[in-house]
Design a protein around this ligand. Sequence first.
Ligand code: GSH
Length: 204
Amino acid sequence: MTPILWSFRRCPFAMRARLALDVAEISVEHREILLRDKPAAMLAASPKGTVPVLETQGGVIDESLDVMHWALRRNDPGGWLDHAPGEAALIAANDGPFKQALDRTKYPNRFPESDPVQARQAAATHLAGLNDRLGQHASLCGPRDTLVDAALFPFIRQFAMIDRPWFDAQPWPHLQAWLNRHLESARFARIMVKHPLYEAPQSG
Ligand SMILES: N[C@@H](CCC(=O)N[C@@H](CS)C(=O)NCC(=O)O)C(=O)O
């Protein structure tokens, strides 16, 4: 069975899953959705209703990091699963406090109780730390990319896009170069190809 990937193009969690599926050279049946109109078949596979969702012969995987691990365990030509010191802490900081600060900077109307300037400052402190790491080596945990680079890149991209001139004006040359390298990669272009919206087969 060709695995089925339920995805939303601009979702950073779905992007990281697509990056790992791409490096692992695993073909999927891509099913593009709208978050405001989730297909019943996707919710039947994963009632929690988040993307990405990967339906495989062995079962449903509905956490982005699990999709990455599943793909890379099957084929890891770039050594993305190699030991990457500090990886777990970086992913936890990204998916927790940084993601929170990102949402509070990007969508101030959704978080009226939160101060967007403070949120941006919290995000900036995290990003300055990433810039320092990237001053030591080309990738986040060493000289070449591993899972952590792909796992974080879509979120750094999303944050940068909130106000690109502001982001580019920050004293983060290593982070800016790392982001640009990922943005300009052929892999990123491949995973951002537009797919038509999934349409459920007509019954009757
Ligand atoms: N922990 C999940 C989070 C996935 C997630 O939150 N995805 C967002 C889109 S970026 C989503 O599907 N949200 C549901 C919605 O907006 O209805 C994962 O890592 O896969």
